[in-house]
Ligand binder design. Structure first.
Ligand SMILES: [Zn+2]
Length: 142
C-alpha cells in the first residue's frame, strides 16, 4: 500500500472497473506516481482538510489503453498522473470545492464537468510540477 498524502492512497488513483473488466494493467511508473503525489499535495489534500470529509476519486491515472477505452481525449492529463476526477454528491458541493481550489491551490486546469443531461456533475482538476495555468472552465458538457 502506497500512501501519497495523509488521506490519499495510490490505489484510489489506479483502480478502474474498466481496466479490470478488460484485463488492463493500470500500474503507473514512478514518475507518474510522483505526479499523482504532487496533485495530492497541491490540491486534493488541502481540499480534503478544508472539506472535512472524504474526497472520492472517480478516475485518476489512466494508462493509454484505458484512456482510449473510456473515451478520454488523446492528450489527457490522466495519462501522466497529473489529473483526477472528483465525485460530487451534488452541483452545490462542486461549486464549493471549485471555489476553494480557485482561491487556495496551484493547479493547471479545473473543469466543472457534467453529463449531457445535466444530471451528474464532477470536477476534473490537474496540477503539473511547473507552468501551471490556473485555467478554470465552469461548465463543460462531456
Ligand atoms: Zn478528468
Amino acid at each position: 500500500m502506497i500512501q501519497l498524502t495523509r488521506h490519499f492512497r495510490l490505489s484510489e488513483f489506479t483502480r478502474s472497473r474498466t481496466a479490470d473488466a478488460h484485463g488492463i494493467d493500470n500500474t503507473p511508473t514512478l514518475a507518474i506516481v510522483s505526479s499523482l503525489q504532487h496533485l495530492c499535495q497541491q490540491v486534493l489534500e488541502p481540499l480534503r482538510l478544508w472539506a472535512g470529509q472524504p474526497i472520492i476519486i472517480n478516475s485518476g491515472y489512466r494508462c493509454p489503453e484505458l484512456n482510449r477505452l473510456v473515451g478520454g481525449v488523446s492528450n489527457s492529463q490522466h495519462q501522466s498522473g497529473e489529473a483526477a476526477d472528483i465525485r460530487l454528491p451534488d452541483k452545490a458541493t462542486g461549486q464549493r470545492y471549485a471555489e476553494f481550489i480557485l482561491e487556495n491551490c496551484r493547479f493547471d486546469q479545473l473543469l466543472f464537468e457534467r453529463n449531457s443531461s445535466g444530471t451528474y456533475y464532477w470536477l476534473h482538476v490537474s496540477c503539473k510540477h511547473k507552468d501551471n495555468r490556473q485555467m478554470f472552465r465552469p461548465n463543460v458538457k462531456v
